[in-house]
Write a protein that binds this ligand. Structure first.
Ligand code: SF4
Length: 341
């Protein structure tokens, strides 16, 4: 494969087809001397690790409107940040986001380190985020490999080894493509190609600048990459959620800091166990509980069946919220509240 030609084609395609994203400085503006704000790049990368561009964009716009600098974000109360993050999933990431903002503000004078190693040393910044910020914000020759880039590499080189074992090989292929003069654009070009052309299903090979170099395209079996091993079925857990009302108010509890949805407000629940729990474990009070049905929710590592019970009454150690306040709850609790109210 002629890597020089491949890079040239990729960058020429990017110059014409780069996605217009609110955190991005496009190739035209970059050529004119505009530079990306590392804070915005970092924030977008953290958000995009767990959701899509259309879903993350309103959150990104809201966050940067409320907290235009990393110093502003560092000063936010934990609870306020958690509420703003609701709907983006993985609350551990929100906690890491805050820890990182505070470290940048406190230890680095509000300026992000400009190397991959320096970024990696920040709390909660993993290898991928460090590489992405180093490349996109600071034009470092970092190897930025997300799921999109892995897919492109698996097809370009027709990598037969199944995921996830093939990850190191895919990363090595991507690393060999980094352009020493335009590493930033090269990283974003590969991301964009994966997101808009080399899609998971039915890649648009007729629009692909790399098709003449693509081994899977030459064989006509591009849809079959990346190869996958059969995934073990997600385990199922069961639990009970309690919707306790007092007039229009609904009782919430703050979840323990550690663990799933840690630190978030939620409905009182039982523990989530491998079989439906007998009795009413975790009920916030003794009351005339009525069965409102079940909801299903899928977390990364398990599926949850939650029986939803409702009662009117009083309880200690709860936080009362009005119905509008429920909108900020993690979606599993929002679902449960919706079938009960
Ligand atoms: Fe992906 Fe098709 Fe391009 Fe190959 S030719 S990299 S399969 S879009």
């Amino acid at each position: 494969m002629n890597v020089t030609d491949l890079r040239a084609r990729l960058l020429a395609w990017y110059d014409q087809n780069a996605r217009d994203l609110p955190w991005r400085v496009g190739p035209g503006d970059h050529a004119a001397g505009v530079r990306a704000d590392p804070y915005r790049v970092w924030l977008s990368e953290v958000m995009l690790q767990q959701t899509t561009v259309p879903h993350a964009t309103p959150y990104f716009l809201s966050f940067t409107r409320r907290w235009p600098t990393v110093g502003d974000l560092a000063a936010v109360e934990d609870g306020e940040l958690m509420a703003a993050w609701a709907g983006l999933g993985y609350y551990a990431r929100a906690r890491n986001l805050l820890a990182c903002a505070r470290a940048v503000a406190r230890d680095h004078g509000g300026v992000f380190p400009d190397t991959e190693e320096g970024l990696r040393a920040l709390p909660g910044v993993g290898a991928y985020t460090a590489a992405a910020v180093a490349a996109i914000a600071f034009d470092r020759a970092a190897n930025v490999v997300d799921g999109n880039v892995e897919r492109v590499m698996s097809r370009l080189f027709a990598v037969e080894e199944p995921m996830p074992d093939s990850k190191p090989a895919l990363k090595a292929h991507a690393g060999a493509l980094i352009d020493a003069h335009r590493p930033r654009d090269c990283a974003q070009a590969l991301m964009d190609l994966g997101a808009t052309v080399c899609k998971p299903k039915s890649p648009l090979c007729d629009r692909c600048p790399l098709s003449m170099h693509c081994a899977a395209f030459a064989r006509g079996d591009q849809d079959s990459f990346p190869r996958k091993t059969k995934r073990a079925a997600r385990p199922r857990r069961f639990g009970i959620a309690y919707v306790l009302t007092k007039g229009d108010a609904v009782a919430l509890v703050r979840r323990p800091d550690k663990g799933l949805l840690g630190g978030m407000l939620g409905l009182p629940t039982s523990d989530w166990t491998s079989a439906p729990p007998p009795g009413l474990p975790g009920a916030p009070t003794t009351a005339d509980w009525r069965d409102m049905g079940e909801i299903e929710h899928v977390f990364t590592h398990f599926s949850l069946t939650l029986r939803v019970l409702r009662a009117e009454g009083q309880a200690a150690d709860v936080v009362w919220t009005d119905r509008a306040g429920l909108a900020a709850l993690p979606s599993v609790f929002l679902k449960a509240a919706r079938i009960a109210l």
